[in-house]
Design a binder for this molecule. Structure first.
Ligand SMILES: [Zn+2]
Ligand SMILES: [Zn+2]
Length: 177
């Protein structure tokens, strides 16, 4: 399909992780996926009281940098994100829009005092990336707890759901293109 999905790291993200993610997203969405040079973390997003970063500020940064051939932009960061009234978010996206964002901070086993598990870590990144991009392609949350568009309130939800769209979401996705 014509057009490109851009992955935009905020600060350094492991190149191997980005590359493998790009390959998977290309397969899933059928668009070329390019990884861009990293952007700095927007300093105005930082909330010292919470020691977290306000997610919408990152989305605004992305919106100011939409390349002409961009179908979607996926920001990826390793700082902890929040939105008002929530303790944290794994990611955020504009429903039916062009920009999405994920944080990988809470997807690591180490964050919870557990032993590192690179495979699980990258599977979670893939699920969150597909989920947020799914919102950009117009999908809402899905009641099917195995569907990648199911809302993850916790990492257990993320681990329980698959990285696939259910048949219903697949249909909506096809129509949305
Ligand atoms: Zn969601
Ligand atoms: Zn679904």
């Amino acid at each position: 399909m014509k057009g490109t999905i851009y992955i935009i790291p905020f600060n350094k993200i492991d190149a191997g992780i980005l590359k493998r993610l790009a390959i998977q997203l290309e397969k899933r969405f059928g668009y070329k996926v390019k990884i861009t040079k990293e952007l700095g973390i927007p300093s105005s997003a930082y909330n010292p009281k919470r020691n977290q970063y306000l997610s919408p500020v990152f989305l605004s940064e992305l919106k100011r940098r939409i390349p002409r051939d961009a179908i979607k932009l996926l920001g990826i960061t390793d700082v902890d994100l929040y939105v008002p009234h929530l303790n944290f978010v794994f990611g955020q996206a504009e429903l039916g829009g062009k920009t999405a964002l994920i944080s990988i901070t809470r997807l690591r086993q180490e964050y919870y005092g557990l032993r590192p598990d690179q495979k699980l870590f990258e599977l979670r990144i893939l699920k969150e990336a597909i989920h947020e991009l799914g919102h950009c392609f117009g999908l809402n949350h899905c009641p099917n707890s195995r569907c990648v568009m199911h809302f993850s309130n916790s990492l257990q939800d993320t681990d329980y759901k698959s990285h696939e769209f259910c048949n219903n979401c697949k249909k909506i996705l096809e129509k949305g293109r």
